[in-house]
Design a protein around this ligand. Structure first.
Ligand SMILES: [Zn+2]
Length: 383
């Protein structure tokens, strides 16, 4: 009895001690969202800003208006939006092939590397999850590279290895047209998914510790990649086909298979991928002024749908900024904290939100690095 009473008194003392403290530290939802967004390492796996880097007179370090053309990302707006790390896309249309594609890829890689060399105090080239974390700790933006299309390897694993040495950390197997070894969602099937060489590319990516990206590929290529890969995969910028029927989006079965293998789907902000109404109007060639408007909240719907399928540890952000038409309210990267606030308002936990904002993709990057190390160690032992 005495013991119980003592406990009650102790508990009451604790409560009375905590109650006023709780009042003084009470956060408004806005302040909570801002704090969590700031604490999180926020990563975007797909920005097409690389194209802008090559333009005469265009300066990444200067703030631009979103209205000026289709530009969504620069350093001041990245800071404003709390985006800590981004995969700069190494991209050209899949119709550019052969040595010309390799040359152009090298020039794009040079743009990204030079940006980091010219501004070492603000931007750090990152090729591992640890380097992203180190850059973040030092107050620098981390610049990573993802290659958007297998056509740039010119059917050569040696060329692929050179890209890895230069810092490329994912390869999208095909863009909107088939490569010689992988079918695209935007083209007529030619290979029934991946050819034998296509499977070799996946295996070499595993060995190199480079993420296999299945955005843009045909459904059959996706299933072949899932079956072949020893490491979990990424969908660097893909949305949900259950919400918008675009063939470039992922079906629920694909999302479950990707997540089930440890992979992460990074939600794309492109209006046609977010909204079925918009997609169908585009298919009917509705004049652009009459196309249905799409609100940024659709991004949250896609995140939420993916989370319902595979849980909050297999979903992230892959905006497609500077490569697409973005929805109302997400005019540029500075608007990013709205996603954090919306997820918290939906009842997502602080940890779930931090995972979606960046921890999930950093974990995937670490896993893929680990698989690569294991495969290389096994190969060197058997030599
Ligand atoms: Zn793309």
């Amino acid at each position: 009895m005495g013991k119980t009473l003592a406990l009650v008194v102790f508990a009451a003392a604790l409560l009375s001690a905590q109650a006023p403290a709780k009042k003084t530290t009470a956060e408004t939802p806005e302040a909570r969202a801002a704090r969590i967004h700031k604490q999180a390492i926020v990563v975007d796996t797909h920005i097409d800003t690389t194209m802008m880097l090559g333009r005469d007179g265009w300066d990444f370090m200067v703030r631009h208006q979103p209205e000026s053309g289709e530009n969504h990302v620069d350093l001041p707006r990245m800071r404003e939006g709390g985006l800590d790390a981004a995969f700069f896309s190494i991209y050209m249309p899949g119709t550019v092939t052969g040595p010309e594609a390799v040359k152009r890829a090298l020039i794009l890689i040079d743009h990204v590397r030079r940006l980091t060399e010219q501004h070492p105090n603000e931007i750090a080239l990152a090729t591992t999850a640890a380097e992203v974390r180190a850059a973040n700790k030092a107050g620098r933006i981390a610049a990573l590279m993802g290659m958007e299309g297998g056509h740039m390897i010119d059917d050569s694993l040696a060329v692929l290895r050179e890209y890895q040495r230069l810092g490329v950390r994912y390869l999208t197997l095909s863009h909107s047209v088939n490569t010689n070894w992988s079918d695209s969602s935007g083209d007529k099937p030619a290979h029934n998914g991946l050819t034998d060489f296509g499977k070799d590319v996946v295996r070499e990516l595993n060995r190199l510790g480079v993420m296999v990206d299945i955005s843009h590929v045909s459904d059959k290529t996706f299933w072949d990649a899932i079956e072949t890969s020893k490491a979990p995969l990424v969908a660097s910028h893909s949305s949900m086909r259950a919400i918008s029927g675009h063939p470039r989006n992922m079906t629920d079965d694909m999302v479950r298979a990707l997540g089930g293998k440890g992979g992460v789907v990074m939600i794309n902000y492109s209006v046609g991928f977010l909204s079925n109404e918009r997609y169908e109007a585009q298919q009917k060639n509705v004049p652009s002024a009459e196309l249905p408007r799409v609100s940024w909240e659709k991004i949250v719907d896609h995140i939420d749908h993916a989370v319902k399928l595979v849980g909050p540890t297999h979903v992230g952000l892959g905006s497609d900024f500077d490569g697409t038409t973005v929805p109302d309210g997400m005019e540029d990267v500075s608007k990013l904290p709205k996603i954090t606030a919306a997820l918290l308002a939906k009842g997502y936990s602080e940890q779930d939100v931090k995972n979606i904002l960046g921890e999930n993709i950093l974990r995937l990057l670490e896993q893929v690095e680990g698989v690569g190390r294991q495969l290389r160690a096994a190969a060197s032992k058997s030599d």
